[in-house]
Write a protein that binds this ligand. Structure first.
Ligand code: ATP
Ligand code: MG
Length: 439
């Protein structure tokens, strides 16, 4: 993308209404703009990040055998009356009437709808287990939308639903999802810690929240740093092997981790001092097992080999895809701006043309831009170098290719790594090779 012709409206000053660093940086880097309280438009650079995060989430869901589908945002009230949640859900649910006076709602979650879709066509034990998921916008009329996309009213969630014949199956699905979650966060460079959670309005008795440390988090958390050293990749845990899943689950429950509601100072004190971590945490995911909470009232039955009918055991599994954009920034920034992990950066590199009116400079930049294509943001604006340096640091591209007139005459550029700040002068060719090798 050419910055001169992009809708990436960076801001020099901190917006007065943004209280936390990720919110400030998302506005300043031109990633999002608020359109109503707690509702945001994702501008081109922000949307690229959102899509990259969604893609990692998708790949890790697919890797454990979950199937992607897409359910609508608008749901009929009748389904929620069947489960009893239409009245119990409260004011967070946006209730709507259409022109025929039919009651609808903008989905805050999809347990009822997925249970309905399954009961329409899945009848036999031979068709289970299954896990399905979608990545879809949700609406919750939060009392206090705040912190930008962290607690919005409209937000993007990945929600998955598992259907099993018995508790043993449901437990396996739960563990597979939990493993997929740890891999998802690991790939994004986040140290997310699974914590035993209250099951809340969705119900059930097995539940974990996935929390990352950040000073602006909404809950106080305590955990053993041993979690940070575990490698969750497929070579370590095979999701198809029950023994691996059991070993994984044991590991997830032996090390200490708790939010303030469940914190036990005496047990925490037995964690070696140098491994004790305490701070504020952001919830980036939440998983539940809830048995037949929906299949029973909604009368979803499955015929077993002996002809007996049972209600399938279910679980649901959420990741805050749009919240993750803010959470990653909370975890990775400095005084100058965002420091994107390579895998979610909107652009791999920025090309900074320090003197657009210089022929050699512009020629080299164009060559570089042609080579990198869509993965580069080309700062071709007629601005002072200082403005370009500041904006590139603010936007947080993993690499900057800085092209000034003196070096350009020799075919040389400067390559800067945003994370460590190291700068090296080298030929354009070597710079491009270095970037390619890093991928
Ligand atoms: P919270 O405790 O933060 O209110 P929740 O427990 O109501 O969240 P879940 O129903 O578990 O949320 O939703 C799954 C995930 O969706 C959460 O872990 C969180 O990452 C994300 N999420 C929930 N509410 C919001 C929101 N208002 N804005 C952005 N993301 C959200
Ligand atoms: Mg939750």
């Amino acid at each position: 993308m050419r910055l001169s012709r992009s809708l990436i409206p960076t801001l020099k000053e901190n917006p007065a209404d943004a209280q936390i660093v990720s919110h400030r940086l998302m506005l300043r880097a031109g990633l999002v703009r608020q359109t109503s309280a707690g509702i945001y438009a994702w501008l081109p650079a922000g949307f690229r990040v959102l899509q990259k995060i969604a893609q990692i989430v998708r790949e890790e869901q697919d890797a454990v055998g979950a199937q992607e589908l897409l359910m609508p945002t608008i749901q009929p009230a009748e389904l929620w009356r069947e489960s009893g949640r239409y009245d119990s859900y409260g004011k967070e649910m946006l209730r709507i009437r259409d022109r025929h006076d039919r009651e609808l709602l903008y989905g805050p979650t999809n347990e009822e709808m997925i249970t309905d879709l399954f009961r329409q066509s899945v009848r036999s034990y031979r068709e289970l287990p299954q896990i399905v998921y979608h990545i879809q916008w949700k609406f919750r009329d939060e009392v206090r939308p705040r912190f930008g996309v962290m607690r919005g009213r409209e937000f993007l969630m990945k929600d998955a639903y598992s259907f099993d014949l018995d508790y043993a199956g449901a437990l396996r699905s739960y563990r597979q999802m939990m493993l997929a979650y740890m891999r998802t966060f690991q790939r994004m460079g986040l140290k997310a810690i699974p914590m035993q959670a209250e099951t809340g309005p969705i119900g059930g008795d097995l539940s974990h929240e996935f929390i990352i440390l950040a000073p602006t988090g909404e809950s106080q958390v305590f955990y053993d740093a041993a979690f940070e050293d575990i490698d969750y990749s497929a070579s370590n845990f095979d999701h198809t092997q029950d023994a691996d899943l059991a070993r994984f689950a044991a590991l997830m429950t032996t090390h200490y981790a708790a939010t303030d509601e469940k914190h036990d100072p005496d047990v925490f004190a037995s964690v070696p001092r140098e491994r004790r971590r305490e701070g504020r945490g952001i919830e980036v995911g939440h998983i539940f097992y809830f048995g037949t909470k929906y299949s029973k009232p909604m009368n979803f039955t499955i015929a077993m080999p002996d002809g007996k009918l049972i209600h399938p055991e279910m679980g649901s599994y959420g990741i805050g895809v749009s919240r993750l954009v803010g959470a990653i920034i909370e975890a990775s920034h400095d005084d100058h701006g965002i420091i994107w992990p390579d895998v979610v950066a909107p652009f791999k590199a920025a090309i900074l043309n320090l003197k657009p009116e210089d022929a050699a400079c512009t020629e080299l930049c164009e060559k570089c831009y042609a080579a990198l294509g869509n993965e580069a943001l080309y700062d071709d604006r007629l601005e002072r170098p200082g403005v370009k340096f500041a904006d590139a640091d603010l936007m947080g591209h993993p690499w900057q290719i800085i092209v000034g007139p003196r070096a350009a005459a020799q075919g040389m550029v400067e390559l800067k790594r945003r994370a460590g700040g190291e700068r090296h002068e080298l030929s354009l060719q070597s710079a491009l090779e270095k970037l390619a090798a890093h991928a």
